[in-house]
Design a protein around this ligand. Structure first.
Ligand SMILES: [Fe+2]
Ligand SMILES: [Fe+2]
Length: 176
């Protein structure tokens, strides 16, 4: 890869407001992609607790799509999606992990790892959007974004707790 100064595309963001809108479009695409990917994770999970944690977060994810649309509305911008290559990559890896693990505790551990990568990406994205909304004075948008951010952090914590209290321990008992 050569190091050079990158020439901006025609529709490149000129302001923080533009950048904020780009992030929102990216997030809307990502939430819809997660919404479509989660049922397969539920189906492939064995642990009842993991299945229900994923189902709960699927419900929240469907809400996130709606809340994001309200964010667009609150700033008078048409809700649009823009493909998020990063989320696509994280979800592709999640698919790979299913085929790369035996069903049971080991696959469950893999599912948790994959889903936590999704949550961490979302936490980073909404954290950024929250600070943009703050500086741009979009109070209502910030409130909505913080609501989503709280649920992403909570989902991440639930997965961590499940891994530590149950799944990783069970996975470690599988034959070596
Ligand atoms: Fe989400
Ligand atoms: Fe999430």
């Amino acid at each position: 890869m050569t190091t050079s100064k990158v020439k901006p595309k025609k529709d490149a963001a000129k302001s923080l407001e533009d950048l904020f809108e780009d992030c929102l479009k990216d997030a809307l695409w990502a939430e819809n992609a997660v919404k479509d990917a989660l049922p397969k994770m539920v189906k492939n999970a064995t642990s009842k607790n993991l299945k229900s944690a994923l189902e709960d977060h699927l419900k929240e994810t469907k809400e996130h799509v709606k809340i994001l649309k309200s964010v667009f509305k609150s700033i008078d911008v048409k809700a649009e999606e823009e493909k998020c290559d990063a989320m696509q990559g994280i979800l592709d890896e999640g698919e790979d992990i299913l085929a790369s693990t035996e069903p049971g505790p080991v696959r469950d551990a893999g599912i948790i790892a994959a889903c936590q990568k999704v949550e961490h990406y979302e936490i980073a994205s909404y954290g950024t959007m929250s600070s943009y909304a703050k500086i741009l004075g979009h109070k209502e948008a910030k409130k909505f974004i913080d609501e989503i951010l709280k649920q992403e952090k909570n989902a991440d914590k639930i997965l961590s707790d499940l891994a530590k209290s149950e799944i990783n321990i069970e996975a470690d008992k599988e034959e070596k």
